[in-house]
Design a protein around this ligand. Structure first.
Ligand code: ZN
Ligand code: ZN
Ligand code: FE
Length: 761
């Protein structure tokens, strides 16, 4: 994207002749001229490449000169099988930003300024080839000036499909009133003033609507929470610029890179105390999710708005993010006081991506805007597989040749709106890649809507994939490893081959199959789903495991928040196995400890008890000065906590990891008055020790040394830092996700490569 015009300009500036052409293998350039100039060309190709271009490999070869005079951009058409090029959305480039800020420029204050190096892509594409008529920009006719830029190979806007200006392009509007001819940013500047006055404004951006308000106003944030019906889940912020971000959070180099990258994800950053941000933004969290403006509209908003804005998805509950003006008015009318909209349609919504840095590496928590539909390389060609993903944080995956294409974040597949979005997105992405599935891979859980969707498809081969096998294979695909490997697949829940709810799984994994070597011993989940919402129920189940009939007394003693009646009911359910499915979930063990410590007694979003337990442990670390804000730097050596006792029963297969000694350890510490933060830290050390111990035992038995760490538990940076030390110390090599999320948002990648391997085996 924007690469061919860059090559063209560079070649011309060095007086080189030849041509540049896009192919499915990459860009091919042929140049001729003075040797010195050619060498310089090769060097500058890397040094001056546009920000959105990533040169993964550059190789040069000498060919005989042809006596060419001109340099040309050759079309990629006429190839045997043109590979569709579908670029991701890119944040505003520095050149465009400068023009928007320049009162003398014809694009001064124009919120839809873009060029070949930046702007909307994926979110405006209706079909292929990626040309203006196939985008939602088709409705706008370029004026003579824009047309000239578009047609000029030497211009930065050569073939920039969404090219536009105030004369011919889309307009912003506030509450239905579009900008006049004086200032194209007028509605935006007015919206900024309303935000400064404490109002809630729905803002139409690149991939959908945000709900925005002043992040320093407790009133505004609280009102937004109430109206949106969202109690505990942290809100993301958009801040004016990097300086503002630095004033709010500690930012390490790797985090700064992520924050300012052209993909502009939300980055989770350690918050600076006393930064003035309302507590209601991220209650009981040590981190803030920050992003920088990524369209001129956002940048202009900050000319008048407060420097830090809550920018949360504009949706109702768990529905997809609103993306049309009509839908937003209908659904967000009860939440937003004002609507900042525009008339450039968003074809399909695409949420913001979310990332954090752990053990010095970027980690995606949600892979969406800016990343989609960029593909992940596979080691070999695969048949056309559609993997439908799981239920929570759904994203699906297509295998196209030797690439895996992950969809944008679809969301939790538990309502018709999201299911509809899921189906439309599958259709759309298939069309963009001129691709039809022959194989459909799905999760074994019979109640997942994604599973039901897969089973209803006709004329395809169906492959059911076990959830934790998929987590392991996802890591393998991401790391470019084919196996066999050892795997720790640790998460909240996944359907097991024995019908139980798995989630604390240690496997030997190949792409085609797996062996379950060890798991957390089963405990009942009293009340099923209720045990996920109310983590104290899991604490009861574990206390019962550790103390038998004394569990009730101990529970009421240690958890004053616990209702006596609920405790009785839950224990009775657990005892009789009434509405109490068995689980080996590591997530539920985190829940239990979180509730025991009083850290989190009500889960208002997935993983909340575990997230807050990690925060509690992190507080401890701060206090001990062991690791200053982790922020990507490796933990400096400091206070080390002794893990609780581990008990692994190897007399049965699979080996059983007994939770009772861990629970007893926590209870003893609580009774001894040990600080909760310290217990949280000790628990993390225990889980790390447990993973390391089991993997070591598996390694001894199998001779394997690589360990795929997959599943939502590994979003925990505190745990990862401990494992990054302990596994290598035992001769084990941890493999982690880097391109796809380790939570269920990355599940489809694993499903896809498993189905592909089974097809070709
Ligand atoms: Zn640009
Ligand atoms: Zn124009
Ligand atoms: Fe999972």
């Amino acid at each position: 994207m924007g690469f061919r015009p860059f090559v063209y300009q560079l070649a011309r500036s060095l007086e080189l002749a030849g041509w540049v052409r896009n192919t499915s293998e990459g860009v091919i350039i042929e140049t001729e001229g003075e040797q010195e100039q050619v060498d310089k060309f090769l060097r500058l190709l890397r040094e001056q490449a546009p920000p959105a271009a990533e040169i993964s490999d550059l190789c040069a070869q000498a060919v005989a000169p042809l006596g060419e005079r001109e340099f040309a951009i050759r079309s990629s058409a006429g190839e045997e099988r043109p590979e569709p090029v579908i670029p991701a959305d890119i944040a505003t480039c520095a050149d465009c930003a400068r023009e928007v800020a320049d009162p003398a420029h014809r694009r001064f204050h124009y919120p839809f300024t873009n060029c070949t190096n930046c702007g909307p892509r994926f979110t405006i594409i209706r079909g292929i080839p990626y040309d203006r008529p196939k985008t939602t920009m088709a409705a706008f006719r370029m004026c003579a000036d824009c047309r000239r830029e578009y047609d000029d190979p030497g211009d930065r806007r050569f073939h920039a499909q969404p090219n536009a200006c105030p004369r011919c392009g889309p307009r912003a509007a506030l509450d239905g009133q579009p900008a006049g001819n004086d200032d194209p940013a007028a509605p935006i500047l007015r919206a900024g003033e309303l935000l400064a006055a404490g109002r809630i404004v729905a803002v139409k951006g690149l991939g959908g609507f945000h709900l925005a308000c002043d992040a320093r106003s407790a009133d505004a944030v609280d009102t937004l929470r109430r109206r949106k019906g969202r109690s505990g889940k942290p809100f993301a912020l958009m801040v004016r610029d990097l300086a503002e971000a630095e004033s709010l959070c500690f930012i390490a180099d790797r985090e700064r890179e992520l924050l300012t990258s052209p993909r502009r994800p939300i980055v989770l950053l350690r918050e600076r105390p006393g930064n003035g941000i309302a507590r209601e933004v991220a209650p009981r969290n040590l981190y803030l999710g920050l992003m920088l403006p990524y369209t001129p509209l956002h940048t202009l908003l900050f000319e008048t708005a407060p420097p830090a804005l809550v920018m949360t998805s504009g949706n109702l509950a768990e529905e997809p993010i609103c993306h049309t003006n009509e839908e937003a008015r209908a659904k967000l009318g009860g939440i937003a006081d004002h609507f900042l909209t525009h008339d450039r349609d968003i074809h399909l919504p695409c949420d913001d991506s979310v990332a954090r840095v752990a053990i010095g590496k970027p980690m995606l928590i949600r892979r969406s805007r800016g990343y989609v539909p960029r593909s992940i390389a596979l080691p070999r060609d695969a048949p056309p597989v559609l993997a439908v993903g799981g239920e929570e944080r759904n994203a699906f995956c297509l295998l196209v040749g030797d690439r895996a294409v992950m969809s944008q974040h679809i969301g939790d597949l538990d309502n018709v709106e999201t299911l509809d979005y899921f189906e439309r997105a599958i259709e759309h992405l298939g069309e963009l890649f001129r691709w039809r599935p022959e194989v459909v891979a799905y999760d074994l859980h019979p109640e997942y809507l994604s599973t039901k969707y897969a089973l209803a498809r006709r004329d395809v081969k169906l492959v059911g994939v076990q959830h934790h096998h998929a987590h392991a294979a996802g890591v393998m695909a991401d790391a470019g490893v084919e196996g066999p490997v050892l795997a720790a697949s640790l998460d909240g829940a996944g359907y097991g081959t024995d019908g139980a709810i798995w989630g604390g799984e240690f496997l030997v994994a190949r792409l085609t199959d797996f062996e379950r070597m060890a798991h957390l011993a089963y405990v009942p989940m009293p009340g099923g789903a209720a045990a996920v919402r109310r983590p104290a129920r899991m604490a009861l189940a574990y206390l019962r495991r550790a103390y038998g009939d004394d569990a009730e007394r101990i529970a009421l003693d240690l958890m004053p928040h616990l209702d006596r009646r609920e405790a009785r009911v839950a224990l009775a359910q657990a005892a009789r196995g009434l509405n109490s499915p068995l689980t080996s979930s590591m997530g539920r063990l985190f829940d239990a400890v979180s509730a025991l410590l009083g850290v989190c007694v009500e889960a208002t979003y997935t993983g909340q008890p575990a997230v807050e337990l990690e925060m509690a442990a992190g507080e401890m670390r701060n206090r001990c000065g062991t690791a200053a804000p982790p922020n990507g730097r490796r933990a400096s050596p400091g206070r080390v906590f002794a893990p609780y006792d581990l008990a692994i029963d190897t007399s049965v297969r699979p080996w059983q990891i007994a939770p009772a000694p861990i629970v007893r350890g926590v209870v003893d510490d609580l009774r001894a008055g040990v600080a909760r933060a310290e217990i949280a830290a000790r628990f993390h050390y225990t889980v790390a020790a447990l993973i390391t111990r089991v993997c070591e035992m598996m390694a001894r038995e199998t001779g394997l040394a690589r360990v795929a760490l997959g599943g939502g538990v590994f979003q925990n940076a505190y745990l990862l830092e401990l494992l990054a030390e302990s596994l290598p110390r035992c001769g084990l090599e941890p493999l982690l996700h880097s391109q796809a999320p380790t939570n269920d948002g990355g599940l489809a990648l694993g499903q896809a490569v498993i189905a592909a391997a089974m097809e070709s085996s």
